[in-house]
Design a protein around this ligand. Structure first.
Ligand code: UGA
Length: 436
């Protein structure tokens, strides 16, 4: 099939590259000419494991190209994927400005009938709106059919997830278009769920909202466990073995962040408001998460009468491991609070430092390795569970720090590992371990 992909953000780029990998002829269109030039040279602007290899391979065999020119991008394409961003608007709803612009540019260049496939996360009903926008803008001899094909990729493992996902959701009110897009996706060899347009749109939001709910739920259980002397990790294992519950997304910690859960939970509440439906459960999920993000800072503050002049090593800044993304990272709020208290922060992250510099206070000092962050520190806090941080020997905390006190916002170590390490250890939803 001849496919165009509009937008080369993380979803668009992964979509374009993987569709070319399974044998389609793909042209990715992006208005950013510099980015297009870089991509045509085989250089990816984002870090995603396995992406550069597939990018280079498919550029070389001529199944993938990038252009900033819509006329060139639309030429002879049967299928056009919409993968532009839908950021959070001021009122919490999804901002559709980029969708509008992309639709109008497609309409101005399209010379043949095509199927429009929306991969961007859009509020329920948006695909019907997209259809009417095309009908308004296209000349009367050109027709488009609309399909919703939401993505379930995790940042950091997007290529793996594309080939190993649990399902592909394809929604349309047009059977022929639905079957064509099912055929396009057949080489991925994954179960396909076929739905109407609105149900597909809802599946995307409901999936993210449910995962966010699991996280807030376990965080609430963690806080209670801590009060009553239980260990939340064992509780999560114990309930997670029940297949009806499942262990995934039951890791207690400093709260969820990133570009999806915070934005999509708010957007779903906004979708409800538009039809006068309130969603108290989801509102609580967000409330619990907001509180959870400050828990590590609360614990630090509660343990010291005065933080002024104290050196704190901050290990991990990105919203999760294997990404340099700082969007809505809990580290933003936590570092701000500790600086307000007069602490001196020395931060290390394997890849997110450049992005962190753009969003954290200018007062944070950045270190090039864990050792230099820990050097002479009064305490350390872990905010991202990078493998490198989990593998760092516990004995080294004692060796480098003034006093080995560790606040672990991601429960990187078991209590057994900590026992006997000589570290005073505060974590989430588990008893405090005094140095011994
Ligand atoms: C999420 C979903 O997992 C993807 O399925 C979805 O496609 C994507 O959003 C999206 O809508 O584009 P992502 O935001 O990349 O993916 O990251 P996750 O791995 O889901 O983690 C999100 C946040 O939840 C992170 O801050 C992570 O630390 C936190 N988390 C996750 C927990 O606190 N506990 C857990 O058990 C799992």
């Amino acid at each position: 099939m001849k496919i165009a992909v509009i937008g080369t953000g993380y979803v668009g780029l992964v979509t374009g590259v993987t569709l070319s990998e399974i044998g389609h002829q793909v042209t990715c269109v992006d208005v950013d000419k510099e980015k297009v030039n870089t991509l045509n040279k085989g250089v990816s602007p984002i870090y995603e494991e396995g992406l550069t290899e597939l990018l280079e391979k498919n550029l070389e065999r001529g199944t993938l190209t990038f252009t900033a020119d819509y006329d060139e991008g639309m030429l002879g394409k049967d299928i056009i994927y919409l993968t532009v961003g839908t950021p959070q608007g001021k009122d919490g709803s999804a901002d559709l400005t980029y969708i509008d612009k992309a639709c109008d540019s497609i309409a101005a260049s399209l010379q043949q009938n095509a199927i429009i496939v929306t991969k961007s996360t859009v509020p329920v009903g948006t695909n019907s709106y997209i259809k009417s926008r095309f009908e308004e803008k296209l000349s009367s001899n050109i027709k488009v059919k609309i399909v919703s094909n939401p993505e379930f990729l995790r940042q950091g493992s997007a290529v793996y997830d594309t080939f190993n996902g649990d399902r592909i959701v394809i929604g349309s009110d047009n059977t022929e278009a639905l079957e064509t897009i099912a055929e396009v996706n057949a080489p991925f060899n994954l179960p396909i769920v076929k739905t109407d347009l609105r149900s597909a749109e809802m599946i995307k939001y409901a999936a993210n909202a449910f995962l966010a709910t699991k996280i807030s739920f376990i965080n609430e259980i963690a806080n209670l466990s801590e009060q009553v002397g239980a260990n939340v990790d064992l509780v999560a294992d114990g309930i997670g073995m029940d297949k009806r519950i499942g262990r995934a997304f039951l890791n207690a910690g400093a709260g969820f962040g990133g570009s999806c859960f915070p934005k999509d939970t708010n957007a779903l509440i906004s979708i409800g408001k538009e039809v006068d439906y309130t969603m108290p459960l989801l509102e609580s999920v967000i409330k619990v998460n907001d509180k959870q993000r400050s828990i590590i800072a609360d614990k630090v503050i509660a343990n010291y009468a005065d933080l002024s002049g104290k050196k704190i090593a901050v290990l991990g800044l990105a919203f999760k491991p294997n990404t340099d993304d700082m969007r809505d990272a809990p580290s933003i709020q936590i570092t701000e609070r500790l600086i307000e208290q007069g602490a001196n922060l020395y931060a290390y992250d394997p890849v997110a430092i450049e992005n962190a510099k753009k969003v954290l206070s200018g007062q944070v000092e950045y270190c090039s390795n864990i050792e230099s962050a820990l050097q002479n520190a009064d305490m350390a806090i872990i905010l991202t569970e990078w493998q490198e941080i989990k593998d760092f020997p516990l004995s080294a905390y004692k060796q480098y720090m003034k006093k080995p006190v560790l606040f672990d916002g991601r429960n990187c170590f078991t209590i057994e590992q900590i026992n006997g390490s000589g570290i005073e250890y505060h974590s989430i939803g588990r008893p405090v371990e005094k140095a011994n």
